[in-house]
Design a binder for this molecule. Structure first.
Ligand code: GDP
Ligand code: MN
Length: 386
């Protein structure tokens, strides 16, 4: 679960990571009240879960209440990359001397936590990685040993942070590491981490992704879930217990196993199409699961064809075929289905399906042919990509 900046900053506060004083506002009047409380000048910040708010005009400095009124009025309701602003964060403005970058995330191949620290903050870290990779100091942290003050101090020096910032930055990084580990984050990122003109180091922005697997031990996360703006397709899939992720294409995908589902997306892409979703029905692709999967995909207005790609292992293809047939009776589908069924009991499955095949339910022998057919039905470009 991704947090809004203001929630990230509140989360940081639990771990004593310094931020600027401020508060949330849902109206212009509230924004002025928060600004009065924080002390002028202030910065008025759009709360949307997308980066680059500054460039999009969603972050403005205000010297007095009139300016707050003007900026808050302009930013509330603004559309930033498809995210409409309903809430603002108003904080006391900082005088910035230097902008740095700091984050922790998991490096899966290394089986360690990865800290990234740079003296070049305020711009996207991907941009720094491309144009000046030497400016990012990476630190792998052994999860058993953790990060101590001495290691953090060496890291800060290696990254070339200014002398005046080093001690405070080292303390802050130890706190950020605690927030990331004890706070069960997948990502804890500060961009920019600033050194102010009067020599203080603090977080000017907060990007926090919580690890949903740890929800059970964090009752306090309920308030974050309440403000989560979820994709309606994903909410419906979650209610039905499906492993679903909404995407932007037109070919609905159902596959068994996450690996096969990903390969299916690749093959659809290879033949010039784009998947509308990722959906792994897992091991038990029975009628209930198939109906639920088809229902979720059917509810997506961009879908124009559905590609069902099943490889029977422990799952038997004849069971899947029964599931598809039964599901067809339950769900009134808007789009044609292309099936590719292979593996355990494939022959039995195909003969069960044979009497049901039509121009709305087609079968293809291979994954590639099925992908081509599904993409053609979705009316997309059919040239293959290199
Ligand atoms: P993002 O664009 O969504 O990443 O939003 P940030 O919170 O990182 O803000 C973007 C930029 O706005 C920062 O890099 C700063 O340059 C500027 N900014 C934000 N807050 C302040 C502030 O308190 N004072 C000043 N002078 N600039 C700020
Ligand atoms: Mn930022």
């Amino acid at each position: 679960m991704d947090l809004f900046e203001y929630q990230g900053k509140q989360y940081f506060a639990r771990f004593s990571i310094p931020t600027s004083p401020g508060g949330v506002a849902d109206t212009v009047t509230e924004a002025v009240a928060q600004a009065d409380a924080a002390g002028y000048p202030v910065v008025v910040k759009a709360q949307v879960k997308v980066g680059g708010r500054g460039k999009a005009g969603g972050i403005k400095l205000a010297a007095d209440a009139d300016e707050v009124r003007r900026h808050a009025g302009a930013i509330l309701g603004m559309d930033i990359k498809g995210h409409v602003v309903h809430r603002l964060w108003v904080e006391h403005a900082s005088d910035i001397d230097k902008e740095y970058y700091a984050s922790f995330t998991l490096d899966r191949p290394a089986k360690k936590h990865l800290g990234m620290l740079s003296r070049e903050g305020g711009v996207e870290i991907e941009e720094v990685a491309r144009t000046n990779p030497g400016a990012i100091a990476r630190l792998h942290v052994d999860p058993v040993r953790g990060l101590d003050r001495e290691a953090a101090r060496r890291w800060v020096e290696e990254a070339g942070l200014d002398e005046a910032a080093r001690d405070q930055a080292a303390d802050l990084l130890v706190a950020l590491y605690r927030c990331y580990t004890e706070g069960d984050c997948d990502l804890a990122e500060i961009n920019p981490l600033i050194l102010t003109t009067d020599g203080r180091v603090h977080a000017l922005d907060a990007k926090v992704t919580l690890d949903d697997n740890a929800t059970f031990r964090h009752p306090e996360w309920a308030e974050y879930a309440a403000t989560e703006t979820e994709d309606p397709r994903e909410r419906m899939a979650k209610e039905k217990g499906l492993n679903y992720i909404g995407l932007s294409g037109t070919v609905g995908i159902i596959a068994n196993g996450a690996g096969l589902a990903m390969s299916t997306l690749d093959v659809v892409n290879q033949v010039g199409g784009e998947a509308a979703n990722f959906l792994d029905v897992g091991g038990g692709a029975n009628a209930d699961v198939m109906s639920a999967a088809l229902e979720v995909i059917n509810a997506d207005p961009s879908v124009r064809s559905i590609f069902v790609n099943i490889f029977g292992g422990i799952t038997r293809v004849d069971e899947v075929a029964k599931g598809v047939i039964e599901a067809l009776g339950r769900v009134d589908l808007r789009s044609p289905i292309v099936l590719r069924l292979d593996g355990t009991n494939a022959e039995e499955g195909r003969s069960l399906l044979a009497p049901h095949l039509s121009d709305r339910l087609l079968a293809e022998p291979t994954m590639l042919e099925a992908a081509r057919r599904a993409v053609a039905l979705a009316g997309q470009r059919s040239e293959e990509r290199a």
